[in-house]
Ligand binder design. Structure first.
Ligand code: ADP
Length: 219
């Protein structure tokens, strides 16, 4: 059996994790495991999980470690994760990072990629971000899809996420600094951290990530 490729992508909200994760997952043929996407899908489906977390997501708060840890553990049991997975939005706290080591085993994570972007730039990106409610395609407020409200990929409704409004953005960025930034040291101390300049164009960021993986003999 080929070795599992488990990657973590870290970065502030709006750093471009979603965009880069989709590309990496396609290139390395591993599932893109986004806890935010899983939780939003549950909210949309009004499942028991969705009803439990809806108000937390809307306000920009964090769901409990226990709940997301269980979601991720279950996700890794699905057949498409046999080759590994690319984690986006998880871990977000030291408690979650420790749980991930238990889930994947000690040498489970091959690399943690940190997309480094200044806070001013992510704030600007998040306030202008619009998303398709159906397929998750991402637009900017000046794009024709955002103005017309219709996704050019799937025809779904293009909206502003409730947590991309100013008060929620601020709350999420504060939570990132408090809860998630300590993970940089956590992964650095394990020799598993690579930082990439996330303020570059999406293609340049993809190239920088590919180089980082290559330099470590991962891909
Ligand atoms: P962002 O990183 O842009 O805030 P995500 O799509 O990753 O957005 O997550 C959206 C929301 O889902 C978060 O604000 C939080 O409420 C919840 N969430 C996602 N992942 C986690 C996690 N690992 N731990 C706790 N809450 C999470």
């Amino acid at each position: 059996m080929t070795a599992r490729l488990n990657l973590v992508i870290l970065g502030k909200q709006g750093a471009g994790k979603g965009t880069q994760s989709k590309r990496l997952a396609q290139t390395y043929k591993i599932p893109h495991i986004s806890t935010g996407d899983i939780l939003r899908a549950a909210v949309k489906a009004k499942s028991p999980l969705g009803l439990e977390v809806a108000s937390i997501l809307e306000s920009g708060g964090l769901v409990s470690d226990d709940l997301v840890n269980r979601l991720v553990e279950q996700r890794f049991l699905e057949p498409d994760a046999a080759r590994g997975g690319l984690l986006d939005g998880f871990p977000r706290t030291i408690g979650q990072a420790e749980a991930l080591e238990r889930i994947l085993g000690h040498d489970g994570i091959k690399l943690c990629i940190n997309l480094d972007v200044p806070v001013e730039l992510v704030t600007q990106r998040l306030s202008s971000r619009r998303v398709c409610q159906e397929c998750g395609a991402i637009y900017s407020d000046v794009d024709v899809e955002a103005i017309s409200g219709t996704c050019s990929v799937c025809g779904g409704d293009v909206i502003q996420r409730a947590d991309d409004r100013p008060e929620a953005i601020q709350k999420r960025l504060e939570a990132y600094e408090r809860d998630t930034e300590p993970l940089l040291k956590f992964y650095e101390s394990r020799g598993l951290l690579e930082s990439v300049d996330g303020s570059l164009s999406p293609d340049d960021v993809t190239r920088a990530i590919a180089q980082a993986l290559h330099a470590r003999g991962i891909a």
